[in-house]
Design a protein around this ligand. Structure first.
Ligand SMILES: [Fe+2]
Ligand SMILES: [Fe+2]
Length: 175
């Protein structure tokens, strides 16, 4: 019997017998995939000046990563492993950018950012770098956060970006 789940972090619905290990849209851990009745818009909350500053930096990082991953995906043959991997990474980062924009109560900016690096190895190395620095920054922003909703957001992001770091690390060994 399938059930309807909604991600507490990104608000996207999911239909399935069981919730997946990670939200397919934002990469949040399984525990955040909850029955639809429990859903509340976590981004509708008051934030401090420091939290606003951190969210703006989060938004910039996520927009840049989205742009880069779209470019990397597009450089690889359609349906190839790297094309699919970076397509999904781009989707997740875009979802993160959208959430940061919702917390800031602004429209999602245009998706612009750095270019692909010329080879899949270099692209994966840059991915590792970006994801590692995202994890470090979000740990800092988590400490800065006073707002519980924002804390939840950063916990989910740290989980997702750490997963991206791990998969890029594994992929480099294969190319
Ligand atoms: Fe999600
Ligand atoms: Fe992200």
């Amino acid at each position: 019997m399938i059930k309807l789940y909604v991600c507490r972090i990104c608000g996207e619905p999911y239909l399935g017998g069981e919730a997946p290990d990670d939200c397919p849209f934002c990469g949040a851990p399984k525990a955040y995939l909850r029955p639809v009745e429990e859903f509340q818009e976590i981004w509708k909350t008051k934030i401090t000046e420091q939290e606003k500053k951190d969210l703006k930096e989060t938004l910039d990082l996520e927009v840049n990563a989205t742009a880069l991953y779209i470019k990397i995906s597009g450089k690889n043959p359609k349906y190839s492993k790297q094309n699919q991997l970076f397509k999904q990474l781009a989707r997740v980062e875009r979802e993160h950018a959208e959430m940061a924009a919702k917390f800031l109560n602004i429209k999602l900016p245009e998706i612009n950012g750095e270019d692909a690096k010329g080879s899949i190895k270099k692209d994966l190395e840059r991915t590792k770098e970006l994801e590692k620095s995202a994890v470090e920054k979000y740990k800092k922003f988590l400490k800065n956060a006073e707002n519980n909703n924002l804390k939840m957001f950063y916990v989910a992001l740290i989980h997702a970006e750490h997963g991206h770091y791990e998969i890029a690390t594994e992929e480099i060994k294969l190319v």
